[in-house]
Every structure is written in C-alpha cells, then in structure tokens.
Design a protein around this ligand. Structure first.
Ligand code: HEM
Length: 173
C-alpha cells in the first residue's frame, strides 16, 4: 500500500511541475508555444482585433492590385470598407476572440451566404491567393501563417462544394 501511495505522490508532483496552471497544460505545447485553435490562441497570434483589421485591409489591397484576383474583385462593390469590417468581425470570433460579427450583424452560415455568387475552383483559389499574400505581409510566425491559411481553406472549399451541389442563383438570397 505505502509503495503505491508513494508512486502516486511522485507522479502527481512531476505532472504538476510541468506547468504551473492546469489550463496551460491543455493550451500549450511542451515547449510553451500556444496550440492554435485552443481558446483564443489563434486570435492572439493574429494580433487581436487590430491585427485582424490589418490582415483584412491587406487582403482587399491585394485583391485590388493583383491581376490573379480580378475574377473575385469583380464580385465585390467598389467600396469594400463595409465588407472589410464584416470579414474582420467574422474572423475575430472564428479565431476564438470576441464574437463581433454575431454582435453587430447576427448569425451567418458562410457557405449559404456565398451561394449568391458563382464560386468554383478559380474563384476559391483567387480568394485564397489574396489571403496568402495578405498573411505574408503580417508579422505572424511561420507556424501561425501556415495554420491560418490551412484553416481558411476549409470554409473556402466548403463554399465551392455547396456551389457545385446547388449552383449560384444571383439575387435569390
Ligand atoms: C471561396 C472564395 C470566396 C469568395 C469568392 C467570396 C466572396 C465574397 C463576396 C463577393 C462577399 C460580399 C462582399 C460585399 O458585397 O460586401 C463576401 C462577403 C463575406 N465573406 Fe466571402 N468569399 C469567399 C470566401 C470566404 C471565406 C472562406 C470566408 C470566411 C472565412 C468568407 C467570409 C465572408 C464574410 C464574413 C463576408 C461578409 C458577410 C456579410 O455581408 O455580412 N468568405 N464574400
């Protein structure tokens, strides 16, 4: 009995010495880097709300300038300032930060919302191209840059899939 109790005590001491707070054991890698996607780690890595506003401003700047993005730029209004606020607000909650989009604009289903535009592979890739370029302009770590783009590919591809199943009917939403 006593040897068993001693073993349990040693194990407990070693486990608690690895990280002082229980929450850190769940949200940090052993080398104390945050695990993106847990809590608000991604939101923080993106620089919070100000960081996301910079990312989105660069995203639309790239879209304005890059010939590769002309197909998607044509879908947006000339003035993208409201679209920029909506996208930055959405990304805020999507990355684990405050749910600004829901607070300001209500609920949204990203694939459903986009069914009013024809989004195939070319449009999906052009949109992701703008994001990739915008991400590259931020002071993000290579790990977070790679993570963020990988995550964005998921809803972008979902938009395309929903389109493929139910082609866009402009004006129907
Ligand atoms: C796959 C390629 C995509 C295309 C071609 C596309 C295109 C568009 C267009 C044309 C608008 C309307 C802008 C306006 O009139 O104000 C828009 C709005 C928006 N998009 Fe996308 N989008 C894409 C992917 C995504 C993804 C992956 C996300 C989320 C991660 C996203 C989130 C949003 C949000 C939050 C809005 C604003 C919604 C609102 O008006 O309330 N989009 N998008």
């Amino acid at each position: 009995m006593w040897p068993l109790l001693a073993l349990v005590l040693i194990w407990h001491k070693r486990a608690s010495s690895r990280a002082p707070f229980p929450s850190q054991r769940r949200t940090m890698n052993p080398d104390q880097r945050p695990v993106f996607g847990v809590g608000d780690a991604s939101f923080q890595a993106a620089g919070g709300e100000a960081g996301l506003q910079r990312l989105v401003a660069d995203f639309y700047r790239v879209m304005d300038e890059a010939p590769e993005a002309a197909n998607v730029r044509a879908m947006y209004p000339a003035d993208v300032s409201e679209a920029a606020d909506r996208l930055a607000s959405f990304l805020c909650g999507w990355l684990g930060g405050p749910k600004r989009y829901a607070e300001k604009y209500g609920a949204i289903s990203i694939p459903q919302f986009h069914t009013r535009w024809p989004v195939g592979e070319a449009e999906r890739d052009a949109w992701l191209f703008c994001m990739e370029q915008a991400i590259a302009r931020q002071p993000y770590s290579p790990d977070f840059s790679e993570y963020l783009l990988r995550q964005l590919r998921v809803p972008a591809e979902r938009i395309r899939q929903v389109q493929a199943a139910c082609p866009a009917r402009p004006g129907q939403n």
